[in-house]
Design a protein around this ligand. Structure first.
Ligand code: PZK
Length: 297
């Protein structure tokens, strides 16, 4: 993975699709209260990193996240400090307040699919919330449900957390606030997206608190992007079967078609994406941005 040489910053950590850098002060000391969050153009599908990268993906996600932080600012404060960042990452990086991150993946679901659907089929409930009979893949839930998971290390999969486990980790008061805010963020997201032809099935958000212990929860990371959420084109929403993913569908469809020649079950890496798949995927990210914000990318 390419760690960039950014003037005034030192690399601290890389995830699958994002990189963290720490600012370095004039004395050469790391600035302790800020981080540079860089969104890459990397894309993963079926747990593999694709090659080549998707041009502009990092910039689309960064701009979308910044736009959502504004839309949500009356609900929750956020970690954004500045978008004045080094030239090499202009448009796809944000300087943020360094927080103590909660050790819980805060997920809310407004529609039933994926792991939530499996749990519903087994138990008739999701994360302890009883649901009506007769729901199918893609059904809209009566209201958003909080379905937290653990934060697994890179390469491992997150596991569902029970309400008791979340309370043990965060305390009852913070746990209740994380649940309330996560559901409110998804509800607000869907109020806005509904007018613009996008369904936000579910989303994962991350909260932190100031290291000095002052103040309440702060919304961090990226928010309501195609990487942190399931976006569905509203005109194609039809409960009863898996919905096409807004962003990765061209990649998944090509990888599983005879054209790619890839045998997913054989365990080997996927082939290079052809230019037309890269371009169609870029176009879907841009379309999601433009539909939601009403702005040209
Ligand atoms: C923080 N991540 C996610 C994983 C990345 C980013 N404001 C903050 N303060 C402290 N830590 C984080 C944040 C934020 N946002 C975010 N991990 C820690 C993450 C992998 C790569 F670039």
């Amino acid at each position: 993975m390419s760690t960039l040489d950014l003037p005034g910053y030192t690399h601290v950590y890389s995830g699958k699709v994002r990189d963290l850098y720490a600012p370095v002060g004039p004395d050469g000391e790391v600035v302790p209260d800020q981080l540079l969050l860089v969104a890459s153009n990397r894309l993963s599908a079926y747990d593999w990193m694709m090659s080549p990268e998707i041009p502009d993906k990092g910039a689309v996600l960064t701009r979308l996240s910044l736009w959502w932080f504004d839309q949500l600012s009356d609900l929750v404060p956020n970690h954004v400090v500045s978008t004045d960042v080094p030239e090499a990452v202009a448009g796809r990086a944000v300087l943020v307040r360094k927080l103590d991150m909660l050790r819980v993946e805060a997920i809310a679901r407004a529609y039933l699919t994926g792991g939530g659907l499996e749990e519903y089929r087994e138990k008739g409930s999701v994360s302890g919330v009883p649901l009506p009979d007769g729901l199918v893949d893609g059904s809209k839930l009566p209201e958003p449900v909080f379905t937290p998971t653990t934060k697994a290390p890179v390469g491992e999969h997150d596991l569902p957390m029970s309400p008791a486990e979340v309370e043990a980790e965060l305390g009852a008061d913070v746990a209740a606030e994380v649940s309330r805010l996560t559901r409110a963020i998804l509800a607000r997201g869907n109020e806005i997206a509904a007018d613009r032809g996008v369904v936000i099935a579910d989303t994962k958000v991350e909260f932190g608190v100031s290291p000095d212990g002052s103040g309440g929860l702060v919304l961090a990371d990226e928010v309501l992007t195609p990487d942190s959420s399931r976006f569905w084109p509203a005109e194609l929403w039809e409960p009863g079967h898996p919905q096409p993913s807004y962003d990765k569908q061209f990649v998944r469809d090509w990888l599983t078609s005879s054209e790619s020649g890839w045998d997913r079950k054989a365990g080997g890496p996927p082939p290079e994406l052809p230019a037309h798949v890269v371009e169609q995927t870029r176009a879907k990210y841009v379309e999601a941005y433009e539909r939601l914000t009403g702005e040209t990318f």
